[in-house]
Design a binder for this molecule. Sequence first.
Ligand code: ZN
Length: 198
Amino acid sequence: MPLWAYFFDRSALYAYHCAPMTDTLIPDYVDAKKIFTQQAVIIGKLPVSKFERFSELLANTSGFVEISLKFSLNEDFRRVISGELKADVEVLCQRCLDVTTITLEDVFQLALVESESQADKLPKDLEPWFCTDTKLVLADIIEEQLILAMPIVSYHKVSCAHNGPSKRSTPQEEVSKSSDIPDKQNPFAILQSLKEPR
Ligand SMILES: [Zn+2]
């Protein structure tokens, strides 16, 4: 069988089978030998709480990571993962130490390698992903990319004044306002009571 027929067959098969995979759960691992020739596409969501190391960088573990992973063999027969990630996560603003939401978005191109020498030979547009097993653990890849996508420091997009310090000063403002009102009203109230006939 010529090579093209093999690829044609597999991709044709896969095109049929992959359609229902859209928006399904991300499998824990895939077969590193097969998934690239199958030209699989995996699209779905995983909870942020699944990623322990990544969660340590966040204020809480609410929310989901949207994931798209395409597996293919490139023209050099390298096993390539073309991935996209998006997640809204809550972190501490480094100015006011209050919680703020940031959007992480990442697009990446990884090539599976089994050694340092293979990694050294990769073209610049491909990052190495070491995998000597037949099991390719998807959560490990996703978590690594999430950590890389995190900014070193995060701040509120708009001024912190609306979010952090002003929240804490609001009760004081209310107290001073409410104490102001009786002060201003009291003289009139006294005058009013003096005017009232006894
Ligand atoms: Zn802030």
